[in-house]
Design a protein around this ligand. Structure first.
Ligand code: ADP
Ligand code: MG
Length: 238
């Protein structure tokens, strides 16, 4: 049961403030989507939660523990990026097992975890292929598989579908919703695609220039946007 809490989170690069005081709670098993225009700070916020960027000010708690200065590998988090570079010379099986091998897990446990992830992602028949022998959607599923085998408490996704064509994006949206139900995981998902946000989210966080503009369920944001920015972004002019 892992919830997250962000209190007064700030990030500056030199003198330049990029995240300007974000307060937010994410409940255990919630699917939370960060939306907002390019450059508003979505990736920066996600990278701070993952521990890939330092936090300039504020408190980050995961599962009730302060995590500001905790090593990324000890936060119980796995992140899936837009550019999901797979190891080209490794099979799907070895790509998915890599982090576990790196962590020194025994072979039979690695095999078990990889087979379980392959089942969930319907990658079983592809385990012996190389990345070059996969479609874009299949490669993205392998990237998600690499996260699943680690059994994280929290999944962070940074625009994972934006390199896929429209048809595949629709298919992957359905897959992600199923994945969330099956894994019962807490997910924070970044996108600049309103449709993705509206269909996947339990809760949407609209970001604008490093600040939270509004938080609500898709229906709340659609029916009752707080301001023109949210209305314009979600696509229902007030
Ligand atoms: P988004 O993911 O919403 O498109 P980012 O989080 O990538 O936005 O970036 C937010 C802002 O922070 C942008 O103005 C970007 O130029 C700036 N930024 C991101 N990373 C750095 C960095 N390493 N150094 C300086 N500025 C950065
Ligand atoms: Mg980004």
């Amino acid at each position: 049961m892992t919830s997250l809490s962000l209190k007064g989170i700030r990030k500056s690069y030199g003198q330049l403030p990029v995240i300007k005081g974000v307060d937010l709670t994410v409940d255990s098993r919630e699917f939370v989507v960060f939306v907002g225009p390019s450059g508003c700070g979505k990736s920066t916020l996600l990278r701070m939660i993952a521990g890939l960027e330092s936090i300039t000010a504020g408190d980050l708690e995961i599962g009730g523990k302060r995590m500001n200065d905790v090593d990324p590998s000890k936060r119980g988090i796995a992140m899936v990026f837009q550019s999901y570079a797979l190891y080209p010379h490794m099979s799907v099986r070895d790509n998915m097992g890599f982090a576990l091998r790196f962590a020194g897990k025994p072979k039979d446990e690695i095999a078990r975890q990889v087979n379980e992830a392959a089942r969930i992602l319907e990658l079983g028949p592809l385990l012996d292929r190389l990345p070059a022998q996969l479609s874009g959607g299949q490669r993205q599923r392998v990237a998600i598989g690499r996260a699943i085998v680690r059994h994280p408490d929290v999944f962070l996704f940074d625009e994972p579908l934006s390199n896929l064509d429209a048809e595949l994006r629709v298919h992957m949206r359905i897959e992600l919703a199923r994945l969330h139900r099956e894994l019962q995981a807490t997910i924070i998902y970044v996108t600049h695609d309103q449709v993705e946000a509206m269909t996947l989210a339990d809760k949407i966080v609209v970001l604008r220039e490093g600040e939270v503009s509004q938080v609500g369920t898709p229906l709340q944001l659609y029916d009752d946007p707080d301001n023109l920015f949210v209305a314009g972004f979600i696509g229902s002019p007030k």
